[in-house]
Design a protein around this ligand. Structure first.
Ligand code: E9O
Length: 593
């Protein structure tokens, strides 16, 4: 799926700004039929939850409504006109005046509606978008809705980050020619210094396809014709971690000598491969350093923000990190484009977090239920999960920064039914993209001796909290157990192992001479202990600390104004551990110790 762009043949209107807003109970029936009357205004992009001083909005379960007037540019006559929503978390419905034009389920991938003929260039229309935040046993991520003694519906979920919802990314109106490029897929390879770009250009109409590849100076280094083909670049400059280099691939549709559509795509030439216990980028062993992140900031929740984007990447560079995982959902496309341009490596994750009902259900005090069963996570859940994977790969397949797909976080992979659930999904991911390895992060209850799915994946990713959730305050025991477990994984699977999460909650400003959990010293000592063990394991290929920054969560007896495992605070100030990590990671570069 192509990101909307302004090109010589396409125009782009950004619809961000202030929109009218109401929850469904405030809005009354069929809110798209008239103006939302309340006078509430909401910012787009932003999660709506923290914007208002109203708990009924923050904790609302169900539909909310966004509305604005959109002026269709003069001069779009004869063009195809498309509305695009970059994300509606977790489900969206789009109305042009009284008419439903698009429906979408899944909170972190874009969707579009062709509105040609429904809107008139030079006139305005009423755009209403309904957004639903409900999570159930058949949504990804999953959740449970309960009804309290007061009749109010409450949303429970099996992950800790706050269930932020709304239009957290941009909304666009754009034009394309009627005969237009609909999709582009590129796959790159190298041999003996020559770079190869295999491409496929999908399009409407019968035009000829002309493609060109330009280097960063704008010089054409390869060109071709036809909807599919291979471009060869002698002396190619590779896209490298920490040293991004991008070519621009340009697809043109030509009819009787006239260019009818043109679309540019940034392309990085690089290869990714798992060989034995190594993770290779461009044939070189790569060691991941960095974080599991979140899209999270005060007030705007999960709203995309270019200022935080720039600052977070500056902090990644400052601390010497070479990579991150988009835990626990696909991030805004702007984030991946930034990673492409700045040489940061990305593990791209679906929103399948919390497929572990038996465990978290038990922790919430409910009677534990089996995770995979017809009443819990079933064929319908699996079908939704498959659709999320399809949309993720369709959106992100061309990013050189993306080196691996992570199709779930901490599923109950040790429970009956896990293999039946996961095997088709891993197969689907490999079929959709045969070029990238696939992983899933293993929950601490699933180890090498009871996990039922690890052999399906190319890389073993582990989330481990020895010294925090296990042996809290006893780093000596933690070290012993961590090493024993990692050796078990290495011997059982013979695959590269990456630590997908390890971390300790830390209150900035809290100090102690002793190993006292929650202090800044303890976070440093916890990380050092982990690193000692990692450095002793041959098959180890990377470390992603949980988390880059403190983030907002729902309430919990172990949550003090959110999850405090950040190396930076929520407003991005370094804790002591930031300096310790900086010393290690700037020394390691991209290499295993
Ligand atoms: C997922 C991540 O989103 N992994 C969690 C992280 C955390 O800090 C969360 O933020 O809690 C760790 C999973 C640990 C489960 C603990 C169960 C308690 C067992 C004794």
């Amino acid at each position: 799926m192509l990101k909307p762009r302004a090109t010589p043949t396409r125009d782009l209107c950004n619809l961000d700004g202030l929109w009218g807003f109401a929850t469904d109970d405030q809005a009354g029936p069929d809110p798209w039929r008239s103006r939302l009357g309340l006078g509430l205004e909401v910012a787009v992009p932003a999660s709506y939850n923290d914007l208002f001083a109203d708990p009924a909005i923050r904790d609302h379960v169900g539909w909310v409504w966004y509305q604005r007037t959109v002026q269709v540019p003069r001069g779009w006559d004869g063009q195809r006109i498309v509305l695009r929503v970059d994300a509606a978390t977790h489900a969206g419905r789009v109305y042009v005046d009284d008419r439903l034009v698009a429906e979408h389920v899944g909170g972190y991938t874009p969707f579009e509606a062709d509105v040609t003929g429904l809107v008139t260039p030079g006139t305005a229309f009423r755009l209403t978008i309904g957004v639903n935040n409900e999570l159930t046993n058949v949504t990804i991520p999953p959740g449970t809705i309960t009804v309290g003694h007061d009749g109010r519906r409450r949303q429970r979920y099996h992950h800790d980050f706050f269930n932020y919802a709304g239009l957290a990314r941009s909304v666009w109106l754009y034009s394309t020619p009627v005969r237009h490029v609909t999709d582009i897929t590129v796959v790159t390879d190298t041999a003996d210094g020559v770079g190869f770009v295999d491409y496929a250009v999908d399009h409407e109409g019968t035009a000829d396809v002309v493609v060109r590849l330009r280097d960063a100076e704008g010089d054409v280094v390869a060109s071709g014709t036809g909807a599919t083909g291979r471009l060869s670049v002698p002396d190619a400059r590779l896209w490298q971690p920490g040293a991004a280099y991008l070519y621009e691939f340009e697809a043109e549709l030509v009819e009787q000598g006239e260019v009818v559509d043109t679309y540019p795509l940034a392309v990085g030439i690089r290869t990714v491969e798992v060989r034995g216990t190594q993770f290779l980028i461009n044939g070189e062993p790569f060691y991941f350093t960095g974080f599991g992140k979140h899209e999270d900031s005060p007030v705007r929740g999960k709203g995309h923000d270019d200022a935080y984007l720039v600052h977070d990447f500056q902090l990644l560079e400052w601390i010497g990190a070479n990579s991150f995982r988009t835990s626990h959902y696909p991030y805004a496309e702007e984030v991946l484009e930034f990673a492409d341009r700045h040489g940061i490596v990305v593990i791209d994750e679906t929103a399948a977090v919390g497929l572990n009902l038996s465990v978290t259900g038990g922790l919430l005090g409910a009677k534990p239920k089996p995770t995979f069963s017809p009443e819990t996570f079933n064929d319908e859940t699996q079908a939704a999960h498959a659709q999320h994977i399809r949309e993720l790969v369709a959106r992100d397949k061309n990013h050189p920064s993306v080196v691996m797909w992570c199709i779930a976080n901490e599923p109950a992979s040790h429970e009956e039914g896990a293999r039946k659930y996961f095997e088709p999904l891993v197969h689907l991911t490999h079929t959709l993209d045969p070029t990238r390895p696939v992983t899933s992060t293993a929950f601490l209850f699933a180890s090498y001796d009871n996990d039922l799915i690890a052999d399906l994946f190319d890389v073993v990713s582990l989330n481990r909290y020895y010294g925090w959730y296990i042996d809290n305050g006893d780093l000596a025991s933690a070290e012993h157990k961590l090493e024993a477990e990692l050796r078990g994984w290495a011997e059982t699977h013979g695959k590269p192992i990456i630590m997908g999460e390890y971390g300790a909650d830390t209150m900035p400003g809290l100090h102690s001479l002793w190993d006292v959990p929650w202090t800044e010293e303890y976070q440093v000592a916890y990380l050092e202990m982990n690193h000692r063990v990692f450095d002793r394991i041959e098959a180890f290929v990377g470390e992603h600390v949980w988390n880059f920054a403190d983030f907002g969560t729902g309430p919990g007896i172990h949550r003090v104004d959110g999850n405090k495992k950040g190396i930076f605070t929520r407003d991005r100030r370094p804790k002591a551990a930031a300096h310790a990590l900086r010393a290690r990671w700037t020394r390691l570069g991209n290499h295993k110790p």
